[in-house]
Design a protein around this ligand. Structure first.
Ligand SMILES: [Zn+2]
Length: 137
């Protein structure tokens, strides 16, 4: 997922970063993320911007044991390819679950979590991650 460490840029992109705003093409009926003014499949500009439910399923995932500087406290980190209910896919971290408990097809939902703490300014940056979906009965 796009991650820009500038408060001004994050504010401008808040709907994309925190609310999973995506694009739906009225011509070819496909969805994609991040949103754009033109369809990435057919090139049409007959685009509608929508907000995702935040729910999806894990299609593939990988476990990263050697995490980069600044993310060592998140090791092991699970990165998943998530297919959202609306049909688009994105890569994101999967949290709140042990790597061995994750499986392809597992239902997940978007949660807002800390991404990184800037050592110089002390600013904490947040972003979307995915956690196992808790079905409400
Ligand atoms: Zn299209």
């Amino acid at each position: 997922m796009m991650f820009e460490r500038s408060p001004a840029k994050i504010w401008r992109n808040r709907d994309v970063l925190y609310r999973l705003k995506y694009s739906y093409c009225r011509d070819c009926k496909r969805s994609f993320y991040p949103p754009r003014g033109r369809c990435i499949y057919c090139g049409s500009s007959n685009i509608e911007h929508r907000y995702s439910s935040g729910r999806g399923v894990v299609k593939e995932f990988t476990v990263v044991y050697q995490t980069p500087v600044g993310f060592t406290d998140m090791s092991p980190m699970v990165i998943g390819l998530i297919e959202m209910e609306e049909g688009f896919r994105l890569l994101a971290q999967i949290v709140d679950v042990k790597p061995e408990e994750i499986s392809n097809g597992m239902k997940v939902e978007a949660v807002l979590r800390r991404m990184i703490v800037d050592g110089e300014t002390g600013l904490i940056y947040y972003g979307i991650k995915f956690a196992p979906l808790i079905e409400k009965s």
